[in-house]
Design a protein around this ligand. Structure first.
Ligand SMILES: Nc1nc2c(ncn2[C@@H]2O[C@H](COP(=O)(O)OP(=O)(O)OP(=O)(O)O)[C@@H](O)[C@H]2O)c(=O)[nH]1
Ligand SMILES: [Mg+2]
Length: 390
């Protein structure tokens, strides 16, 4: 699932250093000539593509990027030092537009791609430069020019790294609210969430991942129960699924059976998607005792053969969410690293994605055909009624 992440930043290149106006003045050397050196160039600001970043969230915390100014020229023909360039890392896939001219400055498409976005000012010339046969003691020196200043709009199409799966009311939207700035609606009735939503989970500077919240899934979703299962497609591009389970349901529902029902729906939607790494998250831990949770956990291990991690959280007061997000972040980073370094892994993942896409397309077509047939049957019935009445 995609959404567009946006940020606005100001980039300021350094000013060029001024040229120096000076004359050599030493004992025994009367009327020493001009010796004012040039200034140094101002530093430029560059954007660099970085495959390890995947959101623009860091740019909400720092919005101004300023490169160093060039040093002024000095006497004794000393040139000022150039200002240092500034390299700002942005995720691969970022497009960069000048806010005022609306010109597309760059599309950062590759890791390491470097684009200048604000050019440093040019250095001023010292008075030595203006020496000539007719003017032996020039008093002219020029100033360095200003560095470019630009306001940039960064845009990035973001794909979710982790998807939330679970029954209605399990607390998926509550979890997204607890760990990101996203504000999906939360309520104590099923099907609160009607459309998928995304949020950025920021762990620390330059470490973040994207979480997708989708409408709840119920048993029979593949036959169109509830909101159906078409939203499951938004889980397909993710690295990892978190299966949220209400550990203390108010009705007599059995969390283990409910979880199994969802796994079945997932498998009938796309067997490949069902094989994706899935961690179990027991939510509403505040409503159950430690013993109850331990028993539940053991039942998942015994009855569903759950081998992967199981977490206990209380999304409503953020309990346990930190540890969960740290672990998700590590797993996502490991995946990104492997994608960048391991060709076999990359092609394996691409093949899996393709297979999944095909399965998903077939499932959605099948369910569309079923719905159309059901509608047709209903219309035929209405038609019969009509016949009967008249
Ligand atoms: N006690 C307790 N209640 C929680 C917790 N997490 C969520 N809830 C409550 O559970 C209810 C459902 O939460 P939502 O986040 O809307 O659930 P959802 O999974 O997004 O539901 P749908 O959008 O309908 O699929 C709300 O009343 C929440 O306040 C928790 O950790 N503890
Ligand atoms: Mg919800």
């Amino acid at each position: 699932m995609k959404f567009v992440d946006e940020a606005e930043i100001t980039v300021e290149a350094g000013k060029g250093g001024n040229g120096c106006m000076s004359f050599r003045r030493e004992k025994f050397i009367p009327k020493g000539g001009p010796d004012g050196g040039d200034g140094g160039d101002g530093g430029s600001v560059y954007l660099v593509g970085d495959a390890n970043l995947n959101t623009l969230v860091d740019f909400r915390y720092q919005r101004r990027y300023k490169a160093q100014a060039g040093q002024g020229g000095m006497g004794a023909n000393c040139t000022g030092k150039a200002g240092e360039d500034l390299y700002v890392r942005v995720p691969v896939g970022t497009s960069v537009v000048d806010k005022f001219t609306e010109e597309l400055i760059a599309d950062i498409a590759e890791h390491g791609q470097t684009v200048v976005v604000a050019k440093g000012g040019f250095h001023g010339l010292g008075n030595t430069r203006f020496k000539s046969s007719t003017n032996r003691s020039p008093t002219k020196a020029t100033k360095g020019t200003d560095g470019e200043v630009r306001t940039l709009q960064l845009q990035l199409k973001v794909i979710a790294d982790v998807g939330l799966l679970g029954m209605p009311n399990a607390g998926k939207s509550t979890l997204l609210r607890a760990v990101s700035a996203a504000r999906p609606k939360v309520a104590d009735y099923p099907f609160t969430t009607l459309v998928p939503g995304l949020g950025v989970v920021r762990i620390e500077l330059e470490r973040s991942f994207v979480m997708a919240d989708i409408p709840g899934v119920i048993e029979g979703a593949s036959e169109g129960a509830g909101l159906g299962f078409r939203f499951l497609k938004h889980l397909s591009r993710t690295r990892l699924l978190l299966h949220l389970v209400d550990a203390a349901p108010l009705d007599d529902a059995d969390p283990v059976q409910q979880a199994q029902a969802i796994v079945d729906e997932l498998a009938s939607f796309s067997p490949t998607l069902a094989q994706k790494e899935r961690w179990l998250v027991l939510n509403k831990a505040d409503m159950a005792s430690a013993e109850q949770l331990a028993v539940l956990e053991q039942r998942f291990r015994d009855e569903l053969g759950w081998q992967l991690p199981i977490y206990r959280i209380s999304a409503i007061n953020s309990g346990g969410c930190d540890r969960l997000c740290q672990d998700v972040m590590r797993s996502v980073e490991q995946h990104r690293r492997r994608l960048a370094e391991d060709e076999d892994y990359k092609s394996e993942q691409a093949a899996r994605d393709q297979r999944m896409e095909l399965e998903i397309r077939q499932s959605i077509e099948r369910s569309r055909a079923q719905r159309a047939a059901a509608r047709q049957a209903l219309e035929d019935d209405d038609f019969d009624d009509f016949d009967d009445d008249y």
